[in-house]
Design a protein around this ligand. Structure first.
Ligand code: PLP
Length: 410
């Protein structure tokens, strides 16, 4: 069993109370469903309790001390997101409910610039959250959806870029890392092709943010979105980063309090960034919790996280590759987070159910990526997905669990 490089994973595990619990008759929990959601370190849990127990107030509009403290904590969290993403300005960070809402916000806004005949490009690896909002925008405007195809390896077929991204392309929306297959997409040529035709670029970073250093300047895109709950923060919160010039151009997404400058019955003028996109009372605790989670990650060091997970994923690929009757769905050139596979003659749901009884949490099914399943000709897969606190022992438990599955169903 190799030691994981660069990180003291045992010490990290102690930061996550839920990892100490047992399930089903006292079995230790082996949590390998991190692509669905990640567990929360104690600093995040404590911060949420402290906020509600000691600081709770509505933000941005009170003169009293609690409101001032709450506002400062919420805006501090925005600056943590800014630092985590390498963004130039905190005002380029908009809090949303998560990746899904962030993509809907951008798709809704960009739709106001789309016309019949324009094209929106996504990839064949997308989560439904990065397909459906664009389809809705296309339907409203007469624009057309085009798709960068995927190779059998699970890598995108970049040889098609010249054909798919053309001067009709107005938007390119691609995932950084596939939740279904674990593919890390080679974004540079896609962003370059989009830039060359003047298209706006959105990167779905939901599965990248927990695993790698994100630098929105280096990525060269216009929008980057991710979810708090997949990045060791609370549910119901996430963030959109957008280039200031684009955020200034986009219309508001929702109307209400906090996003206005002046309201009369004749006309309303809107607040500046980022308030323009944050109508209503925000998820203050969520924002603060997310900021705390990102502060924690930055302290651990995302380069170390990436190196450690890279080693663990390699170990998992080797061990799973030796399991009788196991077939990987996707063998991408570069992988992060997730490994998808099927077992000959055994339904993923049955395998997942047996693994659960053994204390091993994996995800089975289509992973909100039905086009990916169609492309690879499977109804669903078993997906093991890793995070900074997983160990080679977790992989060993999974491999042993799969042997039990085979004995029961094989
Ligand atoms: N995009 C990707 C790549 C995802 O993996 C997910 C969630 O699984 C989403 C978008 C949607 O995220 P959320 O449900 O947190 O909005």
């Amino acid at each position: 069993m190799p030691a994981t490089a660069a990180l003291d994973v045992a010490a990290l595990r102690a930061d996550f109370p839920i990892l100490q619990r047992t399930v089903h008759d006292g079995r230790p929990l082996v949590y390998l469903d991190n692509a669905a959601t990640t567990q929360k370190p104690r600093v995040v849990l404590d911060r949420l309790a402290a906020y509600y127990g000691n600081e709770n107030a509505n933000v941005h509009r009170g003169v009293h001390v609690l409101s001032a403290e709450g506002t400062e904590a919420y805006e501090h969290a925005r600056r943590s997101v800014q630092r985590f993403l390498g963004a130039e300005h905190a005002r380029e960070v908009v809090f949303t409910r998560g990746t899904t809402e962030a993509i809907n916000l951008v798709a809704h806004g960009l739709a106001s610039f789309l016309e019949e005949g324009d094209e929106i490009v996504v990839s064949a690896l997308e989560h439904h959250a990065n397909i459906v909002p664009w389809q809705m925008a296309a339907e409203r405007t007469g624009a057309r959806l085009r798709v960068i195809p995927v190779l059998d390896t699970g890598d995108l077929d970049l040889s098609t870029l010249d054909e798919v991204i053309t001067d009709r392309t107005k938007v390119v929306a691609v995932t950084h890392t596939s939740n279904a297959l674990g593919t890390v997409v080679d974004l540079a040529p896609i962003v370059a092709a989009a830039r060359a035709v003047g298209a706006a670029v959105l990167i779905d970073g939901a599965q990248a943010a927990p695993h790698t250093t994100v630098d929105v300047q280096a990525l060269g895109a216009d929008f980057f979105v991710f979810s708090g709950h997949k990045t060791f923060g609370p549910t119901g919160i996430g963030a959109l980063w957008g280039r200031e010039a684009w955020l200034e151009r986009l219309p508001p997404y929702q109307g209400g309090g906090d996003m206005i400058d002046r309201v009369t019955f004749e006309k309303t003028t809107f607040a500046g960034l980022p308030a323009k996109f944050e109508a209503g009372t925000p998820h203050v605790a969520g924002g603060i919790g997310l900021g705390t989670a990102l502060d924690y990650l930055m302290e651990v060091g995302m380069d170390a996280v990436e190196a450690s997970e890279h080693e663990l994923i390699g170990y998992a690929e080797d061990r799973l590759g030796a399991v009788d009757g196991l077939r990987f769905v996707g063998t991408p050139r570069k992988r992060a987070g997730a490994i998808s596979f099927v077992l000959d003659g055994i339904h993923p749901y049955d395998a997942g159910t047996v693994l659960d009884r053994l204390g091993i949490a994996v995800r089975t099914g289509q992973h909100c990526a039905q086009p990916v399943m169609d492309r690879f000709g499977v109804d669903g897969t078993i997906r093991a997905s890793f995070a900074l606190y997983n160990t080679p022992a977790d992989v060993d438990a999974l491999v042993e669990g799969l042997a039990t599955v085979r004995t029961m169903f094989g």
